[in-house]
Design a protein around this ligand. Structure first.
Ligand code: PGA
Length: 253
């Protein structure tokens, strides 16, 4: 464990260990504030965390009935029933399996073609919930958070993003072929993320090692979006040995 004023790095042995530690932190948040606003993420990294939360819910240890959620992003153009949409992912991976009220869950509307309308609408939703108590983040191999790709302005709120070739390639594994990956997405911005009271970033695997090292120890720059987190005053990083391998090789942990 490394701790400085603002960033706590917790090491886990592997993906399962990372998932349990992350779920513990989210669980503590819900126990301490039953109507907490959780900022949620999609992707392969949080699946184990959500499974652990479901398990504790099934045992009667967690109650989601007052929890409110706001997701980071959604592909533009995908119907919520499309198997690759983040709305579908959240429904099947978490929401349908716990006692959260659907009305308390929020995801950008991928079908909205009026970009200005949707971005304003989603920002208003986030503001109406008050501050996000705990924002869960994965990290892209290019250090994106949400779909805030390298070189997007740090100050942005919800916006429509043109996905980078790196992200399209990484996410192609979920689609039949790369051409099916949507080229645009709605994403909350760095500003929305930075306004969260607490941030929990999770990372697993060697493919994240560079991004993690650059984000925590490199210069703060829009070319490494997650590096902005160095300026947040309450960030916990839970990562496995592989994701921390470069940081450890350099003797920084
Ligand atoms: P992953 O994606 O969890 O599927 O690796 C993380 C991200 O792109 O934020």
């Amino acid at each position: 464990m490394k701790e400085d004023d603002t960033m706590l790095i917790c090491t886990a042995n592997d993906y399962n260990g990372m998932s349990r530690k992350a779920a513990n932190i989210i669980s503590a948040q819900i126990i301490m504030k039953p109507n907490a606003v959780l900022g949620l993420a999609t992707g392969s990294t949080p699946i184990g965390t959500y499974l652990q939360l479901i398990n504790w819910y099934e045992k009667g240890d967690l109650d989601f009935s007052f929890v409110r959620t706001v997701n980071l992003d959604e592909y533009k153009g995908l119907d919520p029933n499309n198997l690759q949409s983040y709305a579908y992912f959240m429904k099947t991976t978490l929401f349908d399996q716990v006692n959260i009220r659907p009305v308390n869950t929020n995801i950008p509307n991928g079908l909205e073609t009026d970009i200005d309308f949707e971005c304003k609408r989603y920002n208003t939703v986030i503001k109406s919930l008050g501050d996000i108590d705990l924002q869960l983040l994965g990290i892209g191999t290019n250090a994106h958070i949400g779909f805030n790709e390298p070189n997007s302005a740090f100050e942005k709120e919800t916006h429509c993003v043109k996905l980078s070739p790196n992200t399209i390639e990484s996410n192609a594994r979920f689609f039949e072929n790369e051409d099916d990956v949507p080229r645009f997405a709605y994403s909350t911005g760095i500003k929305n993320i930075m306004q969260s009271k607490k941030i929990l970033l999770i990372a697993s695997g060697k493919s994240k090692a560079d991004a993690l090292y650059n984000s925590i120890f490199g210069p703060i720059t829009p070319s490494v979006p997650a590096s902005i987190l160095q300026l947040h005053n309450n960030v916990t990083i839970v990562a496995d040995e592989d994701a921390l391998s470069i940081i450890k090789e350099k003797g920084l942990l």
